[in-house]
Design a protein around this ligand. Structure first.
Ligand SMILES: Nc1ncnc2c1ncn2[C@@H]1O[C@H](COP(=O)(O)OP(=O)(O)OP(=O)(O)O)[C@@H](O)[C@H]1O
Ligand SMILES: [Mg+2]
Length: 326
């Protein structure tokens, strides 16, 4: 477990991070969310000591990170930065294999693993493994960065806007792939994002920061439905529920129905996220849609199902207390 205890970073008279106490649960993804300049990157870089705190502590499984050798510490922590920093003279495969090679792991095994990881991040190994970083787009380079961080198989992964350079469609796909592998790998992941949709979708937990401090820590549901302050409510926006639906496939709401009932209804693929499904229903001018998994009819979903599902499974939103500033 990574625990921050009264963590602080001061530049001159100003705090980039101030009195930040927070634990990142093991084997879960925590999204570190907040507006630009609120201290996300600074916090992340204090965890692996790329930045030394001016006060407070980082505890890794109870051990003070300040007492660990930075090199030893970083070996157990994968780190993905936005400006990826691939080695320009090495091929994609060599870049991904950097740490396993350094650790003297079996070559053939590493080569297989590299191909697996490239496929995982959506880069066809036979096409990309021998390319140089200069031949990649920004988004492709970012994916290589994610594959490289995973290749070392560290128990902890720190990711600073790892999908920032991807277009929305590629981002959806890579996020989905990442969530799928996380279900198996169960790493402790801290992912920095200023993208609310990404945080709600990827995070088992969300830590929302405001001006170097913690505004709220909780599940996505906690933040959406039980915002701790006006800042949290405003940051997530009035469409927070819709944003949350973007993280849920519409198949979850399908009501079993026969071919007769589905006939003539707009067709939506089961994996479509529920927000998009709603948009498609609005566009089709239909209050219902048929949910298909390829050639299999899963059922029918209607506006009323979605409204009822919201009301039934999720407690009502309590309006935040007025006058609170954080
Ligand atoms: N080396 C530095 N010297 C002085 N101030 C700094 C330094 N690094 C960061 N800061 C300040 O600390 C604050 C937090 O910066 P940080 O990079 O952690 O923000 P962030 O939340 O990651 O923002 P973004 O979403 O834009 O990446 C900012 O106000 C920034 O200007
Ligand atoms: Mg940053």
């Amino acid at each position: 477990m990574i625990t921050l205890s009264h963590l602080e970073k001061k530049y001159g008279d100003t705090y980039a991070v101030k009195d930040l106490s927070l634990s990142f649960p093991d084997a879960a993804i925590t999204a570190l969310l907040g507006p630009s300049g609120c201290g996300k990157t600074t916090t992340l870089r204090m965890i692996n000591r790329l930045i030394e705190p001016s006060g407070g502590q980082v505890l890794l499984d109870g051990q003070d990170a300040a007492r660990l050798k930075p090199e030893a510490l970083r070996r157990g922590i994968g780190y993905v930065i936005q400006q990826i920093g691939l080695f320009p003279h090495l091929s994609v495969a060599q870049n991904v294999a950097t740490v396993p090679d350094l650790l003297g792991r079996d070559r053939a095994q590493t080569r297989r693993r590299v191909d697996e990881l490239l496929a995982l991040v959506g880069l066809e190994p036979s096409v990309y493994r021998d390319k140089r970083p200069a031949e990649l787009s920004g988004g492709q380079a970012q994916r290589v960065g994610v594959a490289r961080a995973l290749a070392a198989d560290p128990p902890v992964l720190l990711m600073d806007e790892p999908f920032g350079a991807l277009d929305p469609i590629a981002r959806d796909e890579v996020q989905e792939r990442f969530l799928n592998i996380q279900r198996e790998l169960k790493k402790t992941v801290v992912i920095v994002s200023h993208d609310i949709d990404e945080a709600l979708r990827m995070g088992d937990y969300v830590a929302l920061m405001q001006s170097g401090q913690l505004a709220q820590f909780g599940t996505p549901d906690d933040l959406v439905r039980r915002p701790a302050s006006e800042f949290v409510r405003q940051f997530l926006g009035d469409d927070a529920n819709l944003r949350q639906l973007a993280g849920v496939p519409v198949r979850q709401f399908a009501r079993p129905a026969g071919a007769g009932e589905a006939a003539g209804l707009p067709r939506i693929e089961a994996a479509t996220n529920t927000r998009t499904a709603l948009a498609l229903m609005l566009r089709a001018g239909s209050e219902q849609a048929a949910i298909w998994d390829g050639e299999t009819l899963l059922g029918v979903v209607g506006f009323s199902d979605l409204v009822r599902a919201e009301a039934a499974t999720l407690p009502a939103v309590t309006p935040p207390a007025t006058g609170s500033s954080r």
